[in-house]
Design a protein around this ligand. Sequence first.
Ligand code: DSN
Length: 437
Amino acid sequence: MSGVGGDWKASDENLGFAQAVLDATAASGDHYRHGLGMIASENIVSPMVQQVITSDLHGRYAEGLPGKRYYQGCDDFDTIEALGIDLAQRVFNCRYANIQSTSGTVSNIGALKALAKPGDKITAVSTADGGHISHARMGAVGLRGLDLTTYPWDVDRMEPDVDAACAMIREVEPTLALVGQSVFLFPTPLQEMADAAHEVGASVMYDGAHVLGLIAGGQFQDPLREGADVMTGSSHKTFPGPQGGFVLSNSDDGKFQRKLNTAIFPGVCSSYHLHHVAGKVVAFAEFLEYGEAYAKAIVENARAFGSAMAAEGFDVLAEGRGYTASHQILTRHGEHDSGAGAKAAQLLEDAGIITNMNMLPGDTKAMTPSGLRLGVQELTRVGMDVTQMEEVARLYARVLIHNEDPAAVKNDVRALKDEFLIIRYCFNESGVSGYPL
Ligand code: DSN
């Protein structure tokens, strides 16, 4: 291969490194194309989003805000980000949006910087009960040097024990009450907890990473009208954009808004991945068109999947509440800390079903948990409905209950998936939903 000057022959070894990445990338795409992607934090991006995230913007910088940049050359990107802020405010029905952060965790680090200082007290959901690692001492909460107390948890309802949590907030008197989880089956009893927090002078932060698409689609809860001062989240789970994050608020206080903005830049981001910001803006446009229908279909499918899994004989948590009100269900596969979740996840992957092991309430070890967390947002995105949810539950049962050879089940997984190779709820060139995967 010729390079600079036309005579630079790349070494086979170095070329091989790059080729190995291309090969693995293609293999990963095939793995998902022919398998069932059921990791609750993932999704597929639309073709128009793909187009902008591989554009020239990928290599550019734009520190600051639209119209107020450190770098020249940002006029076109200013148009994109200004439109994005406007669309984010429409999609999430709020007065303030920052769309720069590069992930949900980065959004959380920024919000923690804005809302608390080292040594302050914070309340949050424990990781065993579904709290995200950024809410824990090992994550952003610890990084910010905050003094954490976790909420009492109602295992049957799979939400904070609202009375005990409110009492705890009143007793602890935190600077910040953080709510939301990455195992997020049901809306948080937010109004009550926010009232308790505000009574003791605490701010309320809602981490909606998993459920932002359901919230924006009107199918979960409405945190910014139920007492949350700030809502953070990621742009690539039930909100089906490229990887990244948001910080949102309904406050019209300019000083507070500036504090949130400066917490993101220069607080926790320098470059903020302009190609992904542009992708988020395209995703907003698609969400305005199709988001409500998508969110409805996700929740309907998750409920159907929970019922179907229970009917197949699985131990699905929160039976008394219909298993879920979100995109996720949780299943138990053995004793606490037995590692049964990890074993189940491996067998499923051998059958082409991609999931993740997950701690359940009562587990204490993150690497040997007893459960699986399963999400249906990606299957919904390719057009599966409640009929397929029953078929998928049967495939799970063949692997995990009837102990069939996963390799044999994999053929049927592929046959099912190959009927669903169109990305839905996004524009194609003629503005109609649906695009080949
Ligand atoms: N760890 C991710 C999840 O799967 O919930 C979020 O960052």
